[in-house]
Design a protein around this ligand. Structure first.
Ligand SMILES: Cc1ncc(COP(=O)(O)O)c(C=O)c1O
Length: 380
């Protein structure tokens, strides 16, 4: 089976797995215990925090470990709203945010929420965002990279706007961490989240950064770990393995970018024989992560296409993994303003470390064959 669903999750890097086992067997102490065994785990934990903070160009005091991106998004938004920069009850977000952002916003009471769409290129319209700001706006939460089509939102520009207007800015960095050098954007955020399993680290581990200047009130009362942000014994082996994975992926960001750009171009060329049936949702090269391709094949349901590709030996996706089993279309289709029928046509292909150019060509040819067969059956 050829796996081309790396935006959903990645396999654990073998060196990260070794680090996990070493940390779990040799640094197994509770990092809060006061004896030396606890102190060793605490030492390892703090080294990881320091290393990750340095990869991101942020103050390590603002970095907290979580169970992943979803929890990071939740805790960040709760923390920011517990300490707004000014009085107000208005929040701006985007229709294409991850379900964890929609989930936390949905449970809030007393807030007006503006949901921005994407333009044709899968980007937020900055002028529309600026016009949406009111004196009541206390929080803007906009993702960095969209998980379904790979478009990159101008988070540095949004962060500057937020600073000028005294508004907190949270960004979901889950799909950008490891794909983009975040050192210039990260320090500008009030908060951001990332996750281990999207970067060849373990599942169930991630982190959130909250600007240390913000004096938040914890969502969970009485917690003593992670300076009160999140209760529970820290998953030091998971953190150590995620740190190893982060170090490795950060070193190869530029090389990966070039490799996946070539793969993307080849894949698109391979689809040339069926070009009239293909619609790729993407931005210009400068605002696009090349490893994630979101597309539609006219008249063909994404769910059916995914099953056909699976039968042919390719693991592709119909969009966000969270929608599996639900039959609801990928969130990005709503943000793009697609009609119901078009939304159901959506599929996502995402490249990763084990993808080869041969896989890319074979996948393209398989899709061409499936589409031609589908259309010849339809024409009979
Ligand atoms: C953009 C984005 N945010 C958040 C998440 C959730 O991360 P996690 O699975 O670590 O909770 C995902 C994972 O699908 C994602 O793609």
């Amino acid at each position: 089976m050829i796996y081309v669903d790396y935006a959903a999750t990645t396999p654990l890097d073998s060196e990260a797995a070794e680090v996990y086992i070493q940390a779990a067997t040799e640094y197994f102490g509770n990092s809060s215990s006061l004896h030396d065994i606890g102190g060793q785990a605490q030492g390892l934990l703090e080294n990881c925090r320091e290393e990750l903070a340095s990869l991101l160009g942020i103050n390590k005091k603002g970095l907290y470990f979580t169970s992943g991106g979803s929890e990071g998004n939740f805790l960040a938004i709760e923390a920011l709203l517990s300490s707004p920069k000014k009085q107000g009850n208005h929040i701006i977000t985007c229709l294409a945010e991850h379900s964890s952002i929609h989930g936390v916003l949905k449970r809030l009471t007393g807030y007006d929420i503006t949901y921005l769409p994407f333009n044709e290129s899968g980007l937020i319209d900055i002028e529309q965002l600026t016009r949406s700001v009111t004196p009541e706006t206390v929080l803007i939460t906009i993702q960095h990279v969209n998980s379904e089509i790979g478009t990159i939102q101008p988070v540095e520009q949004i962060a500057r706007l937020c600073r000028e207007q005294n508004i907190h800015f949270h960004s979901d960095f889950v799909q950008s961490f490891g794909k983009i050098d975040l050192r210039s954007a990260a320090p500008l955020m009030s908060s951001f989240s990332f996750s281990g399993h999207k970067i060849y680290g373990p599942k169930g581990i991630g982190a959130v950064y909250i600007d240390p200047c913000i004096v938040w009130t914890p969502f969970f009362p009485g917690g003593t770990h992670e300076r009160g942000l999140r209760p529970g014994t820290l998953n030091v082996p998971g953190i150590a393995a995620m740190t190893m994975a982060a170090q490795k992926i950060n070193v190869r960001i530029d090389a990966d970018y070039q490799k996946f750009l070539g793969f993307r171009q080849t894949f698109i060329e391979t689809l040339e024989p069926i070009h009239e049936w293909v619609r790729i949702h993407q931005a210009d090269e400068s605002s696009q992560v090349p490893a994630i391709i979101g597309l539609r094949l006219k008249g063909i349901e994404g769910q059916w296409m995914m099953l056909e590709c699976n039968r042919a030996g390719f693991a592709i996706s119909t969009g966000s993994a969270c929608h599996i089993g639900k039959l609801s279309p990928a969130r990005v289709t709503q943000a793009l303003g697609l009609k119901d029928k078009e939304a159901k046509e959506f599929i996502r292909i995402s490249f990763g470390q084990s993808t080869t150019i041969e896989d890319v060509v074979k996948l393209g040819e398989t899709i061409v064959r499936i589409v031609k067969e589908f259309n010849s059956v339809k024409l009979c």
